[in-house]
Design a protein around this ligand. Sequence first.
Ligand SMILES: Cc1cc2nc3c(=O)[nH]c(=O)nc-3n(C[C@H](O)[C@H](O)[C@H](O)COP(=O)(O)OP(=O)(O)OC[C@H]3O[C@@H](n4cnc5c(N)ncnc54)[C@H](O)[C@@H]3O)c2cc1C
Length: 454
Amino acid sequence: MSQHITMIGAGLVGSLMSIYLGQRGYKVDVHDKLPDIRNTTIPAGRSINLALANRGIRALQQVGVMDKVERLLIPMKGRMLHDVTGKLTLQPYGQKDEEVIYSVSRAGLVSLLRDEAEATGNVTFHFESKLTEIDPDNKTLTLKNEKTDVETSQQYDILLGTDGAGSKTRRTLESLGVKGFSSDLLEHSYKELTIPAGSESPFQIEKEALHIWPRGGYMLIALPNLDGSFTVTLFMPNKGKISFETLNTRPKVEDFFNENFSDVLDLIPNVAEDFFTNPTGILGTVRSKNWAHGDVLLFGDASHAIVPFHGQGMNCGFEDCSELHRLLNKHSDDWQKVINEFTSVRRDNADAIADMALENYVEMRDSVRDPQFQLKKAIAFKLEQRFPTQFIPRYSMVMFHHMPYSEAYRRGKVQSEILSQLANDNQSIDDIDWLLASKLVQDKLNPISKEFLH
Ligand SMILES: Cc1cc2nc3c(=O)[nH]c(=O)nc-3n(C[C@H](O)[C@H](O)[C@H](O)COP(=O)(O)OP(=O)(O)OC[C@H]3O[C@@H](n4cnc5c(N)ncnc54)[C@H](O)[C@@H]3O)c2cc1C
């Protein structure tokens, strides 16, 4: 392969894409402004683990690394809801054995992907090498060595921007007059805390679940780690009566946890200390009308960062990689054609998952407690059993199948109307009019194309 690929950002998406490209025979140079996570310890409180689902898994299988990734995974079968009294209820995510999502360490996964990329023999990572400028007309970029502060310019053939939500690649294009980018900050932020492994049994709460303490306007969640610890995240408004602004003293934080999350308080030693030591992370949505500009292509969070409430940011970015690979096959590595087509293949899907992720925040922190929500979920499972090629709950379409996000979003809206009509005023699944259910499904939902299932 004569063309050389330059990538900015060796995060999850950049590292995976470099494997695809290395395997295709491209010489790839990947620059990342941070030191290599394989040789450094991650500061506390920085998104330690994440949920991996079907779309991400497919891409990892495609490049042949899934066997190794499996060793890093803990299955999560459903949401374990903790009410204020400490009562637990498991809401399964799906209804088949394989319908689970997986908790994975961010550092573990990214390290593995970097190792695999290097093993292709074609990928070179340059750490502490920060993009500072791009000149698309002359196809040059400037990189600053973070250790020496020395800046150097170099030519590129194809420049891939996988440098995350705050992408310098995207901001540079914007500053050069490229229009169509938007960033919307959520008025809520997050704080990570830790439940350490226990001394007698390592997992102090149910291991195979994603724990949620839904409290209406805010929530706490926890995902398991292999060592028995849990990464706990508090999502809460920035301002207002109960907010990051008002939780400004240790006693206030302790009282807040005692009142709302008493069952977990004993498991998080030094909750107030960690609360003030760990950073508060911002959340937002980035949308881009056009992901390409000349020979520069943005993807992953760089073009479509989303809020984390559907656990799909990485999964969507991994799907970007497999779609880019598909287009390279389709166009026999003609990059201009690939770059030109990529936006139209991905943008509506990225916008759809961005919207669904925002909607899911309300579901996770509030609706999950509502009996009508629970009834609709039960009806949805029954409809899936009866009409498996027509009705699949939206969560399942997103997490366990690989139909385009935009199609899952569209079908989800129709399904939501059907569920509202059926659940209306009913108390129990036994009250549902299944003849009406059958008519609504047949009238409103065409069969799902087989290629989109699993
Ligand atoms: C709290 C939280 C929880 C999440 N949970 C999930 C989840 O459960 N499931 C899921 O699928 N997704 C989740 N996500 C989203 C997921 O983290 C992102 O979608 C994913 O990290 C995107 O990968 P990326 O490679 O595009 O960007 P990043 O992972 O952000 O990587 C970008 C890389 O670019 C580098 N970089 C930045 N600027 C420069 C520069 N100027 N020069 C050189 N390098 C640069 C950075 O150092 C970084 O290594 C979560 C996000 C958050 C915040």
